[in-house]
Design a protein around this ligand. Structure first.
Ligand SMILES: Nc1ncnc2c1ncn2[C@@H]1O[C@H](COP(=O)(O)OP(=O)(O)O)[C@@H](O)[C@H]1O
Ligand SMILES: [Mg+2]
Length: 231
């Protein structure tokens, strides 16, 4: 049976200021949705609130994945339930190598009961999988040995987010302006990669100002956000 992400009357405040004012949205596994709207309308706020960012306070409404209420769950627990966010502004983590970060993340998602220090996905299998995903995305192999996003260009950071998506294969992926800052070749790679990843197992919410990603990833629904509401 396919899973559903259900957002009911979601109201979210940041620094005591109400930003989202009653968002309703239902996304089924396998669907592609586009979320558009002017800057400052609350698209990223919705993405952060779904993922459980501590600064984004849910003051009313509910978020469900199937029968599970996400309200009390930490971001890592939400990730284990199949939720994924590609950040609009990815963070840099000097000292953590891309390959190590991904190997741990993938191990934790695929084996939710895993205890720290055991049960990492075998290095050989992981390397092989990572190599082919990187090739598909047009990412240089030496990226795997660099620190996460450290010294990456804007475009490299966006491809890094898609590489995470490709490795983690979540049920629900929110892509927050993953096409911004990319040249047209990079947009094509990302777009084709999303097309390859999408299917009955994955739902994708594409937050964008352009139609570039939507040309080959045709949304079933397009939502427009304005001043904290889907209009
Ligand atoms: N971390 C934050 N601190 C303060 N204000 C924020 C924060 N995040 C968002 N906001 C405010 O919330 C509103 C919506 O922002 P955002 O969700 O980033 O919009 P969008 O992604 O649609 O451009 C804006 O007025 C913005 O200033
Ligand atoms: Mg935004």
């Amino acid at each position: 049976m396919s899973s559903v992400l259900k957002i009911e009357n979601l109201c979210v405040a940041v620094n005591e200021k109400l930003i989202l004012k009653g968002v309703n949205l239902e996304v089924r596994q396998g669907e592609i949705h586009a979320l558009m709207g002017p800057n400052g309308s609350g698209k990223s706020t919705l993405a952060y609130a779904l993922m459980g960012h501590p600064k984004y306070e849910v003051v009313d409404g509910r978020i469900f994945i199937d029968d599970t209420n996400l309200a009390e769950l930490e971001p890592d627990a939400r990730a284990r339930l199949g939720l994924f966010l590609a950040f609009q502004y990815p963070v840099t983590i000097p000292g953590v190598k891309v390959a190590d970060f991904l190997r741990h993340a993938v191990s934790n998602i695929r084996n939710p009961e895993r205890k720290e220090g055991e049960g990492l996905i075998p290095m050989r299998d992981f390397r092989k999988e990572l190599k082919s995903r990187m090739e598909e995305l047009g990412i240089e192999q030496e990226f795997a040995r660099r620190y996460l996003n450290d010294g990456f260009s804007g475009g490299e950071k966006k491809r890094m987010e898609i590489l995470q998506l490709a490795m983690l294969r979540p049920k629900f992926a929110i892509l927050d302006e993953t096409d911004s800052g990319l040249d047209s070749d990079a947009v094509r790679f990302v777009s084709q990669s999303i097309a390859r990843l999408s299917g009955p197992e994955m739902a994708i919410v594409i937050i964008t100002h352009h139609e570039r990603l939507l040309e080959i990833n045709k949304p079933q629904q397009t939502h427009v956000m304005l001043a904290g509401r889907i209009v």
